[in-house]
Design a binder for this molecule. Sequence first.
Ligand SMILES: Cc1ncc(COP(=O)(O)O)c(C=O)c1O
Ligand SMILES: Nc1c(O)cccc1C(=O)C[C@H](N)C(=O)O
Length: 397
Amino acid sequence: MTDFNWTRDQFHLPQGMIYLDGNSLGPLPKMAPARVMEMMENEWGEQLIAGWNASGWMAQPTRVGDRIARLIGAEKGHVVMGDTLSIKVFQALAAALKLNPDRKVILSDSGNFPSDLYMAEGLVNLLGNGLELRIVAPEEVEDAITDEIAVTLITEVGYTTGRKHDMAKLTAKAHEHGVITVWDLAHSAGAIPVDLAGAGADFAVGCTYKYLNGGPGAPAFIYVAPRHAKTAQPALAGWLGHARPFAFEQGYDAGKGIERMRVGTPPVLHLTALEVALDVWDKVDMADVRARSIALCERFIAGVEEHCPQLSLCSPRDSDLRGSQVSFRFEHGYAVIQALIADGVIGDFRAPDVMRFGFTPLYTSEKDVDEAVGVLTRILRGALWDRPEFLERKAVT
Ligand SMILES: Cc1ncc(COP(=O)(O)O)c(C=O)c1O
Ligand SMILES: Nc1c(O)cccc1C(=O)C[C@H](N)C(=O)O
């Protein structure tokens, strides 16, 4: 049984702040500064170049990948860290297309994060040759999987509404039709139980700065199913994905298994911070996280619907169909979110009118939920959001 009092105590949560934005950026693990400082002083500082071997920096991307594998139901040895999620989307998609060379359609949905769609669009333009990106509504994905599709590029939990696709069902249908699947787990990893191996997913990618609490800019991960490990071509063929990087050969020879999805030098400082966050995750059971996440989300929905009739729920009401966030639509949502932030309740806004709140059981309590509902109610009843400083748009929302 996960001890959520213990997990909460592992994070630095600023005084007076109720943080409901862990779906965008998770908080700082308390042990991270000391560990990163120790790494800098004792490893980087004292060992310099020897640190690649002596401190195991070179093996860090697969070592950390294995720790993440448990949280996403992946087989050991099939997840590697590196680059940003957008880059990993490109890499997975390119590799998946190569496995289905006679087909010309990438299928995605309009609920997907723009960067995924842009990456697919970029690849379509680059490869040409009649390749097409087809975007359907999220609820139409299942019917749109046909023998025509080469690859599905689906984000399991949508970033605006938190709507959750049925990974096992869609993957099974994809395989019936000879389609390769790429799953984006940005809003799934650490948010809901994921079973990549059980679902038979082909490729998966995700980030580590949201629910996994790796810090701003923490590296992404990529998963390649064991059955594709020897055949998947990385497309972004960097030297550290080569079978013999230190032979400095002129031609590319893809590395063994998941190693080939490495590109260049790993972000050691950031992987070190992420490892501290994973020390907390090592003591967490995803089934407990899911149960508590559902309870927190339902408590928030009930409170908001009782006290804030101006807002309309745009996340699925059925928790089976939802990730670990709750979104409401409101015409003046942007200003309301700014007023909430000014009052210490941190949510975020997604255009055109979505107010988004992430629920992260590792450090969010029932008391936080009730207090957030109270502040929101006060802001809406008094129209306290209707002030120039809350209406003015900021660069990052
Ligand atoms: C679903 C999804 N895909 C891709 C990205 C882009 O990730 P990154 O900025 O790390 O490349 C994000 C978030 O930014 C996301 O939520
Ligand atoms: N990655 C982000 C960033 O660098 C700045 C601000 C926000 C983000 C995000 O992660 C956005 C996020 N993917 C979303 O779901 O909206």
